[in-house]
Write a protein that binds this ligand. Sequence first.
Ligand code: GDP
Length: 366
Amino acid sequence: LEAGLNCIGCGARLQDQDDQAAGYLPLSALKKLINTDNLLCQRCFRLRHYNEIQPVELTDDDFVKLLSQISESKALVVYVIDVFDFSGSLINGLPRFVGSNNPILVVGNKVDLLPKLLNKRHLHDWLARQLKENGLHPEEILLTSAAHPQNLDDILAAIDEHRHGQDVYIVGTTNVGKSTLINQIIKSRTGIQELITTSRFPGTTLDRIEIPLEDGQNLIDTPGIIKKDQMAHVLSSADLKYALPKNEIKPRTYQLNAEQTIFIGALARFDFQIGDRSAVTAYFENNLMLHRTKMGGADEFYTKHAGELLKPVPEKVTRLVRHEFKTTKKSDLVFAGLGWISLPAGIQVAGWAPEGVAVTIREAMI
Ligand code: GDP
């Protein structure tokens, strides 16, 4: 690999270090292929032989270049977001680069993770308000679970309705389920025989993957953008798998007095600082251990029990950073990419997370 070999599919420099980046090929596979003229990266191999899209990542800067390219063409933008991780799904600059010229269709994915009792209309309207606050005015918002889609036809119909005969770009941050959704679309469209990698996105190292639509236009897969202030960046991949929800979340409600603390594993901490006795509800992966204690002794408690009673622990940072908020309405305190705690109006709280992981407050979702 040091000799500098390139994939014959997308042209990316082959590498065996990062399976999420362009040009990844495990060394064992390279050894088998080295004397053939089929030197394909893993992503192009799966595309060619299994008609399957694998996710690939891109940093913010490269993505801005890609967005400006989309803004120069006439196209429909399908923006996939993860309803469990709304803040992690936001793409800086998306409204500026895309919204002005091109219509946007939002697909809110992973609805299966939210409590079944949550009214879909309510979720839809909440999403619409959140998107508006962030400068996005989509033509339509559709809700789905790409992993088990029941309404794929609705999504395909909406895409057809809003694209007005133009190309369709599918965008999203990493891990929102963009590849899962595209693969479902490919599977459902039996007519799609061969996916193609075509020209590069100018200024980036990445190829475009085009999925032909009936009228000669294309559905174009774009790389996922990495969000830097997410829990994913301070957890080992095994711990991340453990800490992220896989099934419907069972909300956990606590009656708290002022000066009580809840630890979320050793990953985050919630302090109810000031306010009348209140109910707060936590939305995290069901197996993630929550532990209630007195705020006064919480620092000591953490030092003593991180790694045993409180698990998992962040991999790269050990210090939790404190963020303080006062609620004026029913709100969610969000730990980026991990989950949230819903709070009543009129209390003062603090959310703690590893350095570099965002803690924010938003209108309550549920
Ligand atoms: P991408 O980076 O946006 O392309 O995301 P992927 O398609 O690779 O999906 C990221 C993770 O989310 C994978 O573990 C998927 O299995 C999971 N996932 C995708 N769609 C859904 C869904 O609808 N529900 C749930 N629970 N998980 C999903």
